[in-house]
Design a protein around this ligand. Structure first.
Ligand SMILES: Nc1nc2c(ncn2[C@@H]2O[C@H](COP(=O)(O)OP(=O)(O)OP(=O)(O)O)[C@@H](O)[C@H]2O)c(=O)[nH]1
Length: 351
């Protein structure tokens, strides 16, 4: 490692890749993250190990943000957040090699820093940079002593090795989080209907299966509504598919805003929505269906001007725990009731 005074300019000390360095740091979401027990323990272990192998009373693993240094893990002192200009660590991210200052009092950049002048009156700082895989020093693993002196090649090499371990831990945590987020997005794509934002058919049927099992177990009633827009083909033909899409999305929003949180609204087919109603007897389902029918008929749709009103027909079906066979049976019943509503003139509820 080179002596600090040979490689670093005097203050202000900002690395040349500062903006990209900050972007790399923020990717790890470590700065204001809530407590992460397992991860923090692993970092603490490496920090303690750094102090031990370097024979130093203090060690810290710090991250250098735009104007502050966040001590993520500390040994021999309490973790803290410091202004960047008051932290030795800000010097360790100026390059990728870290920094060693054998006498903090004799170095113009550190002589007036609070922890040199006041308690604990530190005299030596040696740090290895935490370098991200794309080459940015996001922070450092450093050791400090109240006696001046150099670490020596072997200890410096060990400190660098521990910094690499810490960086690998940080990287693995970020990758794990990114994978989990991507998995969540994929799951959402697989279960949500993109046009309406409701459950897609597959997710709806899976939820129905679950509710059927719950109904049997807890002996509660279960109902379903099958809602189909009336003469939807005409909406598309007269006003275009985009207008049809908008109407369907509006109706879906109205439905999901007017059912209970435990109800399960989904898109069953083209212009057909279905709502599974756990713990709801036939009277309750009928009342909700009538309420939805009236609200749909009164809903205003706009797409480059006001569209004519759209109505819906609704079929209602219910099971109680005694006669429930399966979810398919419930949906078949609701579809039969829906067919009767269409045959009896549309904009109606039948059960
Ligand atoms: N815009 C739009 N139209 C759709 C979508 N899915 C299905 N449709 C249309 O919905 C119409 C379905 O028509 P049907 O249910 O057979 O008949 P209808 O015209 O609604 O008449 P009734 O159901 O008898 O009242 C067809 O024109 C489909 O193309 C969609 O995602 N967007």
């Amino acid at each position: 490692m080179l002596a600090a005074e040979n490689i670093y300019p005097l203050n202000p000390a900002t690395p040349r890749d500062e903006q990209r360095r900050l972007a790399a740091l923020r990717r790890y979401q470590l700065l204001d993250d809530p407590f992460d027990d397992e991860f923090d323990k692993e970092l603490d272990f490496l920090t303690r190990l750094a102090a031990t192998v370097c024979g130093a009373p203090y060690a810290s693993l710090s991250l250098v943000d735009a104007d502050r240094v966040v001590v993520k893990s500390a040994y021999g002192h309490a973790p803290a957040t410091l202004p960047r200009e008051q932290s030795y660590c800000s010097l360790a991210v100026l390059g990728r090699d870290g920094v060693e200052i054998a006498d903090l009092c004799a170095d113009g950049r550190t002589a007036f820093m609070p922890r040199t002048r006041a308690e604990p009156q530190l005299r030596m700082y040696s740090a290895a940079a935490l370098v991200s895989p794309d080459g940015h020093a996001i922070g450092a693993l450093g050791v400090m002593d109240t006696r001046p002196g150099a670490l020596g090649d072997e200890r410096r090499a060990l400190l660098r090795g521990l910094a690499r371990q810490a960086m690998a831990l940080i990287e693995a945590r970020a990758t794990g989080r990114e994978l989990a987020a991507a998995r969540g997005q994929l799951e959402e794509l697989a279960t949500v209907d993109t046009l309406t934002g409701l459950h897609n058919r597959r997710a709806l049927l899976a939820k129905l299966k679950f509710e059927v099992a719950r109904t049997r177990r807890f002996r509660t009633p279960l109902s379903a509504l099958m809602i189909d827009l009336d003469l939807f083909r005409e909406v598309n033909e007269r006003h275009g598919d985009a207008a049809g899409d908008l109407v369907l999305a509006n109706v879906a929003r109205l439905v999901s805003e007017n059912v209970r949180v435990i109800d399960v609204p989904g898109r069953y087919g083209g212009g057909e929505l279905c709502v599974v109603l756990p713990n709801t007897p036939p009277e309750g389902a009928l009342k909700l269906a009538e309420n939805l029918r009236a609200k749909i008929a009164a809903q205003i749709h706009r797409e480059a001007g006001r569209l004519p009103p759209v109505t819906a027909s609704i079929g209602v079906a219910s099971f109680n725990h005694m006669d429930i066979s399966d979810g398919d049976g419930l949906l078949r019943q609701a579809e039969e009731a829906l067919r009767r509503a269409k045959a009896n003139g549309r904009n109606r509820v039948e059960c």
